[in-house]
Design a protein around this ligand. Sequence first.
Ligand code: TNX
Length: 514
Amino acid sequence: AACACTAAHGDDAKPAASAVLTPYERLLPAPSSVRAQGPGYAFGAGTVIRTGGPGTPEEVRRIGELLAEQLRGPTGLPLPVADGPGGPGDGDGVRLRLDGGARELGEEGYRLLTTPAGVTLTARTPAGLFHAGQTLRQLLPVRGAGTVPGGTVTDTPRFAYRGAMIDIARHHFPVEQAKRYVDQLAQYKMNTLHVHLTDDQGWRIAIDSWPRLAEYGGASEVGGGPGGSWSKDDYRELVSYAADRYVTVVPEIDMPGHVNAAQAAYGELTCDGKAPARYTGVKVGFSSLCVGKERTYAFVDDVLGELAALTPGPYLHIGGDEAHSTPAADYAAFMDRAQAVVARHGKTVMAWHQLASARPAPGAVLQYWGHDRTPAAEKAAVAAAARAGHRVVLSPADHAYLDMKYDRRTGPGLAWAGYVPAPRAYSWNPGSYLPDVPEPAVLGVEAPLWTETISTRADWELMAFPRLLSLAELAWSPATALDWPAHRARLAAQGPRLDAQDITYYRAPEVPWP
Ligand code: TNX
């Protein structure tokens, strides 16, 4: 069969037309293994989604309901959800099956088996079943019922942490936009949403013990707009919406720098006790918490305590980047205490990789955001931390930053790490990217979207798509499946799906969009 490999002779080959790809070849992220075999299953008016026999957890039923909801629109079929394993004469369809014994499928893997009788999704965990459902969506046509080709997909992720970050501090976005992004992430098997909740320009999360943080510190944003903030119920709603889609929320309170909004709300958080004006520009590195003041740590404890109570996920991200106004010794002393607070509230520390040059606490996860020109010593500090047992999430700015312009014509975005055209987002290997940080030390990949220049949903999506899909594939697919000519054909095949969901995307010239 014709496949994306027609273009596998290098970047000069003419991009393969997406029309020649089979549904299996179109899957994005590319699965670990596919065996096409025999005739497929035709979806029709009688298709039922079955969520297992007696003893099947309620969670599986929920996954079935959500999958049915996601398939009804595109297929136009009723797709009722039924309990019970189904039997002869029960009609055919999709079966969701938990198999605790399928050890080879790991924490998030699945098997999708298609015969003329139906499609069986098998996983060891509910997360795996959810991912299987997302694969099934892609095996059906963009519109209409269609036939899932016969065969077996067996698929497990390369990295456990597959994330995206949104910056709702530079520009405020409503929780609905974050939920929309969760849907988009989950569709491509990403499982983490990191929310940058605070920065110099705005404090976006309600903290009961320090109400002026959100009330006053939230009422500003880059460019002087009104800003805004999320109530605790907003945040809870996002967390539960994400959990239903097997996405974990990682909240970030950026410290000890990036705190002007907090200090504008509470002058006691500065060393001289005077509240600065709110800030609506785009400079970084000018603010710092007062490291020598005990009141600072009451603040840290209250904020992280309330956030920990709202957050079921394991991580609290405490920032730690660009603390240019905090002397190195103060920085290390502050981060020691902040990390202890995270631990006291039962969470694991995540921080930007600058923490590597201080004293990362046992278990702390470092998020690397350097680039090709980052000094070797800075990379070496991260490698040393990896040797000491810390795991690293990779967000190299010149590959993974979704706020970098594609090229000089891109409207929104920055270019301090250079332009990131679509192929550049894809063309790096997370398993060997940082010198002396071997693959087992890499927890995963995250694609941050900073919003100094982004204030609308259209611009957000334009910057994220298609590069987010490339990063999703780097995070999920086996290294052996990574190949730009094949990948760009898969990207092209996603174009009509993005269109059908009204997702704005950049028609990158390197991709053979239909
Ligand atoms: C660097 S990346 C920052 C952010 C900016 C971003 C813009 C990082 C940890 N800090 O404060 O928003 O660049 O690309």
